[in-house]
Design a protein. Structure first.
Length: 91
């Protein structure tokens, strides 16, 4: 760590975002990703995961950094990491 704020967000904000990301990577697998695979097939579920990856990429590109801090807004940081974790789970 080079300072109190990394990427314009506090350590606690980044830790919370990463915790949410990890939860979205594994919790859906316990709650029903397997049922989705049985119902819709593995190809359909993987396609949904790939679409979520694309949404993350487009949303990251579109998230304009805040001028004051030079970083992506905190809400966008959370949403992006949550979607990325969900995409990982589906693929």
């Amino acid at each position: 760590m080079t300072g109190e704020r990394e990427g314009g967000h506090s350590f606690d904000d980044a830790a919370t975002a990463l915790q949410l990301h990890m939860v979205m990577m594994f919790l859906p697998g316990l709650l029903g990703t397997g049922d989705c695979v049985k119902k819709f097939g593995p190809d359909a579920v993987s396609i949904v995961g790939y679409v979520l990856y694309l949404v993350c990429g487009v949303f990251t590109y579109a998230a304009v950094p805040e001028r004051a801090t030079g970083s992506v807004p905190l809400w966008a940081f959370y949403v992006l990491l949550i979607l990325l974790g969900l995409a990982w789970n589906f693929t």
